[in-house]
Design a protein around this ligand. Structure first.
Ligand code: ADP
Ligand code: MG
Ligand code: MG
Length: 207
């Protein structure tokens, strides 16, 4: 099995649905160590992204990445917009010329997306950001990429574990870093939305 445009489209719709279901929780997390807008930002962004894909009907992975990435960048005001936007734009570029991604190709695309977020935001693992969920998820996917559905399930588990581990960390990037030591004891909201991103991918590839 490979992730074709139908599966990728399902991924974005499921991401939107998971964000909608968790919107209040994401906002509550961001109100503890940020400015209480991560739920609204992600709800607006994922709604715009899913709608843009439905309207523009991308035919290639590159068109898909652009449709999602541009919608996220232009509809989210906060830091998460350019970061998630870059993730999807780079993912699309990595799949340039393809109309589906098999496991290894999806692993390369996810790695390219992660690299884009790192170069854009300059966060390292342990800085208490979405990178703490995205990086272990991509590594887990790569480790099992020959079985795409199992790899996506393992990536989702790794993302959730990485997100859970942000609770103990002191933030060194983003708005939460302004709190210094007081940021410890709370989950990073962006890591939680990144866990939802990979849970949505696992669901999209299990169907
Ligand atoms: P804002 O902080 O502008 O209000 P959001 O609340 O939507 O934006 O997103 C905050 C999330 O963005 C954080 O929880 C964190 O995971 C992520 N984030 C912030 N800055 C960075 C960065 N430099 N690198 C990676 N992720 C970051
Ligand atoms: Mg915020
Ligand atoms: Mg904000």
């Amino acid at each position: 099995m490979a992730a074709d445009i139908t599966a990728l489209t399902r991924w974005v719709a499921l991401f939107r649905d998971r964000i909608a279901a968790e919107q209040e929780r994401l906002t509550a997390l961001d109100s503890a160590i940020g400015d209480a807008d991560h739920g609204a930002n992600m709800a607006r962004g994922t709604m715009a992204a899913a709608a843009n894909v439905a309207e523009t009907r991308p035919k290639t992975v590159a068109e898909f990445g652009k449709a999602v990435g541009m919608a996220l960048v232009s509809s989210i005001g906060g830091a998460s917009g350019p970061l998630y936007g870059t993730f999807f734009l780079r993912l699309g570029t990595a799949g340039d010329g393809l109309d589906e991604l098999d496991g290894p190709a999806l692993a390369r695309a996810l790695r390219a997306g992660l690299d884009g977020v790192v170069s854009r935001g300059r966060a390292e693992p342990g800085d208490k950001t979405m990178i703490d969920a995205l990086a272990p998820a991509v590594a887990a996917f790569e480790a099992g990429a020959d079985d795409i559905a199992a790899a996506a399930a393992a990536a989702a588990r790794a993302a959730r574990e990485g997100s859970d581990a942000t609770e103990a960390l002191v933030a060194r990037r983003g708005r939460a870093s302004y709190l210094g030591e007081r940021s410890a004891g709370h989950l990073d909201p962006g890591s939680v939305s990144s866990a939802l991103l990979f849970e949505a991918l696992a669901d999209a590839l299990a169907e």
